[in-house]
Design a protein around this ligand. Structure first.
Ligand code: PRP
Ligand code: ZN
Length: 297
């Protein structure tokens, strides 16, 4: 295949990951022209195009070299790695992305008094994740029947085609609606950036490195806040002790007020009203909490 000079990223066409994934790419400086079929979107900012596909197809598209990167649930990526043949290109989770959090769990009908995996021996478990479920059962030496279904897994117990299920749980609403109870967690999942384990050795590889750096900055700042305040020198220790976690604050002199300091601190997370009030009590004033938009270390 002739090497392409543009990068392709695959992501879910419509679903829970679509909006946050587009938002994340935008923050990394990637914007796309909407095409009419909405399957292929031409990238405007950088030589990076978007493929909008079914999430289950994303790992396969990367393995085949149709695209270099994909935004997909860890559950889908790991399932592919477990079930793809040995001849398939190995994939890697390049970055966890911090959204689309959910669990792949065993769920059982209310009357099933589940305490440990061994109780699943000889039972039938319906799932769309035969690879992950099979590996989990094998590791625990449990011999159960795996019933593979493409969807609507949660109704299998009611239909009598399975005794338990193994499916994604986010809010838990689907389980409640089907009188099922979460019994065991196989995998904590979230959206990840997936790619080939061996990055392309041409310009696309360089572009991927660049995107990863931007992504790290975006992920780091997403929860960061910049705290600015003024404090008398004598209160500096007390104020500093109350600062939410983060690197050492920066101190600046205040013109015309030798006993005062400007303090600037990057905080790794929200700064609450309560924290601000405590810091103020310690002597600080003129306090600002600012969102951080970009960061380049
Ligand atoms: C997943 C999963 C459950 C539901 C769980 O389906 O298969 O049905 O979400 O979410 P909840 O705990 O918030 O109810 P999804 O919506 O991704 O659709 P799909 O199964 O068709 O991919
Ligand atoms: Zn799906």
């Amino acid at each position: 295949m002739k090497p392409r000079d543009r990068l392709r990223i695959a992501m879910q066409k419509s679903g829970r990951l679509t909006e946050p994934a587009l938002e994340l790419l935008k923050r990394c400086g990637l914007t796309f022209r909407q095409s009419r079929d909405k399957l292929f979107c031409f990238g405007e900012g950088e030589p990076v195009d978007l493929l909008l596909v079914r999430d289950d197809d994303i790992p396969g598209l990367i393995a085949q070299g149709v695209c270099e990167l994909g935004i997909v649930g860890r559950n889908v990526l790991n399932e592919f790695s477990l079930t793809a043949g040995p001849e398939s290109e190995p994939l890697a989770e390049l970055r966890p992305l911090g959204f689309g959090r959910c669990r792949l769990s065993i769920a059982v009908p209310q009357e099933f008094d589940y305490r440990e995996p061994a109780q699943l021996a000889g039972r039938r478990i319906a799932t769309s994740y035969p690879g992950l479920l099979g590996a989990w059962l094998r590791e625990r030496g449990v011999d159960a029947g795996v019933v593979t279904l493409a969807g609507s897994v949660e109704i299998a117990p009611k239909l009598g085609t399975a005794d338990a299920i193994c499916d994604l749980v986010q809010s838990g609403g689907t389980l409640v609606a089907n009188q099922l109870r979460e019994a065991d967690v196989l995998l904590e999942s979230e959206a990840v950036l997936a790619g080939p384990r061996n990055l392309p050795a041409d310009e696309r590889g360089d572009l991927i490195e660049l995107l990863l750096k931007r992504l790290d900055g975006v992920i780091q700042v997403r929860e960061s806040r910049l705290l600015l305040l003024q404090t008398p020198r004598h209160a500096l220790d007390a104020v500093t002790r109350l600062l939410p976690g983060g690197p050492q604050p920066t101190l600046l002199p205040v013109a015309g007020q030798p006993d005062q300091l400007m303090l600037q601190a990057l905080c790794a997370g929200e700064v609450s009203w309560r924290q601000l009030e405590e810091i103020k009590k310690a002597g600080a004033r003129e306090m600002f909490v600012l969102p951080v938009e970009k960061m380049l270390a």
